[in-house]
Design a protein around this ligand. Structure first.
Ligand code: G4P
Length: 540
């Protein structure tokens, strides 16, 4: 096995880890995430991939039958990973589905990144989905870089946009670029930190160094009116707005703000420079019983997504593993801590925008796909033998609960297998009511139900319908007092069940009933979020 030689191995791991920037783009649909992704890939030299992001969308839609829903709805449900290199750094961009209905996947993807780029439409500012995604980033204080996109069009006043970020997200914002001219008069940006002018429609390297804002070159470059406006605004900005502070950014308390136009390929290089310089490399990750440092020699990682049938020619399941320490090489055997099983990693996959490629090695911050037959589950920790579990891959209490009803009762066994597999993949959450009634599936949005129905039929040949339940919410129930837990379970057999991992859950018809239960059972805890493997919800 081609393992790293012990001598200097730690240094090598630490050096490779420090070259990684693993990030996601969060945006409200239409803000320009796809366009920006294309341009970032282009900048990263992955030219053959650029333009493939959109094409990938179409190709992806034809890849397997269940994805027909994506085609019908014109949205992307799958998550993928794109890797590109620039300036000696390796960027891993984890794509997140933007549709507001299908957000659990997105939440989990955000557990695997070290930074996020928040794309705003300059005319719209913070939109509903931006806010939701931001809140998820805040759960882990993920550092966020803001890219105000579509500056080539009618845009809102930059002061107003910055104020909106600060007020609606309770996040300090520091402009690092300032737009010169607006809409059709947009001439480029002034780099407030480097004191350079970046002209629109010019190469990234075409930045023009200035001797501060008073440099007379400015008039020649943008004309007297825009120069005067810039001077006034930039001075106001420097005096009245937050200055960039790397530490505050890395702690998730301050966002640097870039302005540009993804469509015109303007400001994207500047943004990428910002990602290179400011976004953190992989850091220490909280685990049980200890924190893991990225530079450690031994490999650790966790599964944040499982996807089936990404390619009809490979009807396996692929677990997306984010590496947290050590080096991964082909042929390694890793321990799945939950079960103690050994998982062979014979052909780790990188997910470039176009094809799956076999990787030779991977380092902390990288994401690899591990093909398996359903052994690996979301939240699983993989190690070289250590008993360790990473925290922070959450399940959210579903908001829609439905009984699954078979059209053909002879298929009950097949349905069970199908539901078990789909629950492992995280497509739905599955609950078995304690009174033995029909299984209950829980989802956060209607779209997830459509995906489930389609996949049950197409992949497993089990046509099924969903039947309303009398519940509108569920909670995981935990408590130190085992007798109380047992008593709760036996008194509420009709409104309680077990989740896929055997954890106790309670169903409620209304928020009022939930509150009642909390009052009646003060010794128990009712959780809306559960981390994998009982770190929030302890075993019964
Ligand atoms: P999304 O992934 O966040 O949903 O957004 P996407 O990149 O698909 O962009 C949404 C629309 O906004 C697209 O137009 C895209 O061309 C446009 N757009 C993105 N960035 C900019 C920008 O910097 N300036 C301007 N003016 N437009 C931008 P569309 O008409 O919906 O699609 P298409 O026909 O261009 O593909």
């Amino acid at each position: 096995m081609d393992r790293v030689a012990p001598e200097g191995a730690r240094d090598k791991v630490a050096a490779e880890a420090s070259r990684r920037r693993t990030f996601a783009i969060i945006a409200h649909p239409d803000a320009g995430k796809t366009t920006l992704t294309e341009k970032l890939l282009l900048k990263g030299g992955a030219i053959q991939l650029a333009g493939a992001v959109r094409a990938k969308g179409n190709a992806r839609r034809t890849r397997s039958d269940w994805m027909k829903i994506e085609q019908d709805r014109g949205i992307s449900v799958a998550t993928s990973v794109m890797t590109f290199e620039r300036g000696g750094l390796v960027f891993n961009l984890l794509d997140t589905p933007g549709h507001e209905d299908f957000s659990e996947d997105t939440y989990r993807t955000l557990t695997a990144v070290d930074a996020a780029v928040m794309v705003l439409d300059a005319a719209k500012g913070i939109e509903s989905q931006t806010r939701k995604l931001f809140e998820v980033c805040r759960l882990r204080d993920i550092p966020i870089i803001t890219f105000v996109n579509k500056m080539d069009r009618e845009a809102r006043d930059p002061f107003e946009l910055i104020d909106e970020i600060e007020k609606t997200l309770a996040l300090d914002a520091a402009p690092v670029a300032w737009p010169v001219g607006r809409a059709s008069e947009f001439a480029g940006t002034y780099d407030l930190l480097e004191r350079r002018f970046l002209p629109v429609d010019a190469d990234d390297s075409a930045a023009i160094d200035l001797n501060g804002l008073d440099d007379p070159k400015l008039e020649a470059l943008v004309g007297p009116e825009r120069a005067a406006a810039l001077r006034e605004e930039a001075e106001l900005a420097e005096a009245g707005l937050n200055a960039f502070d790397l530490e505050a950014f890395r702690e998730g308390h301050l966002t640097p703000v870039f302005f540009g136009s993804a469509l015109r390929d303007f400001g994207v290089g500047h943004l990428l420079d910002g990602l290179s310089c400011y976004a953190p490399p992989p850091g220490a990750r909280a685990g049980d019983p200890r924190e893991v440092q990225p530079g450690e020699e031994k490999l650790t990682g966790f599964v944040f997504k499982v996807q089936a049938n990404m390619d009809p020619n490979h009807r396996d399941r692929v677990a997306f593993v984010r590496l947290c320490s050590g080096k991964l090489v082909k042929g390694m055997r890793l321990k799945q801590v939950r079960t103690g099983k050994q998982v062979p990693v014979n052909a780790p996959l990188f997910f470039f925008a176009k094809d799956r490629q076999v990787a030779e090695e991977a380092w902390p911050g990288d994401v690899v796909g591990v093909a398996n037959h359903g052994t690996l589950r979301i939240g699983d920790t993989l190690t070289e033998g250590e008993e360790l579990n990473f925290r922070g891959v959450p399940s959210f209490a579903p908001e829609i609960l439905r009984h699954v009803q078979l059209e053909d009762p002879m298929l009950a066994k097949k349905l069970k297998t199908a539901l078990d597999q789909l629950a492992e993949e995280g497509v739905v959450q599955l609950f078995r009511p304690l009174d033995g009634s029909l299984p209950v599936v829980g989802v956060v949005g209607q779209l997830q139900l459509d995906v489930l129905q389609s996949r049950l039929k197409v992949e497993y040949g089990v046509p099924a319908r969903f039947q309303e339940t009398m519940w509108s919410m569920m909670r995981w129930v935990t408590g130190e007092d085992r007798t109380a837990l047992e008593r709760f379970a036996s008194l509420n057999r009709r409104d309680a069940g077990e989740d896929h991992d055997g954890e106790l859950v309670a169903f409620f018809g209304s928020d009022w009933r939930r509150k009642r239960a909390e009052e009646e059972w003060p010794m128990l805890k009712f959780h809306a979020v559960r981390e994998q493997h009982g770190l929030v919800a302890a075993k019964r």
